[in-house]
Design a protein around this ligand. Structure first.
Ligand SMILES: *Cc1c(COP(=O)(O)O)cnc(C)c1O
Length: 306
């Protein structure tokens, strides 16, 4: 039994009417850890336990750290999550809530990560949030479920941070005979390292992340995610933070589910002048979820910037 669950793949009547197209939603916000990350991370944790790991270590204060904490609790393996001082109280609470040991160390993620590496023991397994090929088959299971339960889309819309989710979706499309379905890869302004990398033809590092979509906040995408664009049709779309937040609030209103602005970037991309989406009559959106936003924070941002 995998640690993740099979999630619904539903037609959104609201989005379909608005766009005059068939819009389907893969509702991975419903994973028990609150995001798609449980698919790949759950599978990686199971494999590491089978290989003898006695503890899992993560340096993510976001949905990856929460997914590792969830997986460890379910598997009966202790988890250490090291987060920087800049991490939010909410993120720390969620990690502790899942039963993990939390260590706060360093001013930046790089310092927290260096500390996590320095305390690794012989039987510890480090679980990377996105740059591990072992994550892709797990993430790809969402496309297996889409192919088993719904119609083939003309385009798939998916948010990109470091590119683990994107690589998983592409692997899933390939293994289900959907390799001809173009992918719209979405980011927010200030977290758009993937769009810049596709333009440059190699991974580009951003000097800093300036978007509120913190789950997209890898400064540099994995090279595997950038290489995929040489053999699959991938269109990058970058939206503003304000558009991503507005999309989250509308999604909450229409589908009663709260997702992060990172996921909101995929929902907001539906409203952009994307040539791939303009040519598609059936669109699938990966609703990747995320637990780090609150309704209050989204509404505050929307009132200030929207
Ligand atoms: C991790 C995450 C992403 C980005 O995934 P990558 O594998 O880093 O590209 C997008 N949305 C949410 C909610 C996430 O947790």
């Amino acid at each position: 039994m995998p640690l993740h669950i099979q999630t619904p793949y539903i037609r959104s009547r609201a989005a379909s009417l608005r766009l005059g197209k068939d819009v389907f939603l893969k509702l991975d916000a419903l994973q028990p850890s609150g995001s798609f990350k449980l698919r790949g991370i759950g599978a990686v944790c199971e494999a590491r336990q089978a290989a003898g790991a006695r503890r899992f270590v993560s340096s993510s204060s976001g949905n990856a750290g929460i997914a590792v904490a969830y997986s460890g609790r379910e598997l009966g393996v202790p988890v250490l999550v090291v987060v920087p001082e800049s991490s939010s109280a909410r993120a720390r609470d969620r990690i502790r809530f899942e039963g993990a040991e939390l260590a706060v160390h360093g001013a930046s993620w790089a310092e927290a990560n260096a500390y996590a590496q320095s305390v690794m023991g012989a039987n510890d397994a480090f679980v990377h949030p996105f740059d591990d090929p072992g994550l892709w088959p797990g993430h790809a299971t969402m496309v297996d479920e889409m192919a088993a339960t719904g119609p083939k889309p003309d385009a798939v819309v998916v948010a990109v941070g470091g590119g683990g989710l994107l690589c998983g979706v592409l692997e899933g499309l390939a293994r289900n005979g959907w390799g001809d379905v173009p992918v719209v890869a979405t980011e927010t302004e200030g977290a758009d390292c993937y769009a810049r990398s596709l333009q440059a033809g190699r991974p580009i590092e951003l000097p800093a992340i300036t978007s509120i979509a913190t789950s997209l906040g890898a400064k540099r995408p994995s090279s595997a995610a950038v290489e995929w664009a040489t053999r699959h049709s991938i269109e990058p779309v970058v939206v503003s933070d304000a558009a991503a937040v507005a999309a989250c609030l509308r999604f909450l209103d229409e589908h009663q589910l709260l997702v992060e602005p990172s996921c909101g970037s995929a929902l907001a991309a539906l409203e952009t002048a994307s040539p791939v989406l303009a040519a598609a009559s059936r669109i699938a959106v990966i609703v990747c979820g995320g637990v780090t936003a609150t309704v209050e924070a989204l509404q505050d941002f929307h009132r200030r910037e929207g």
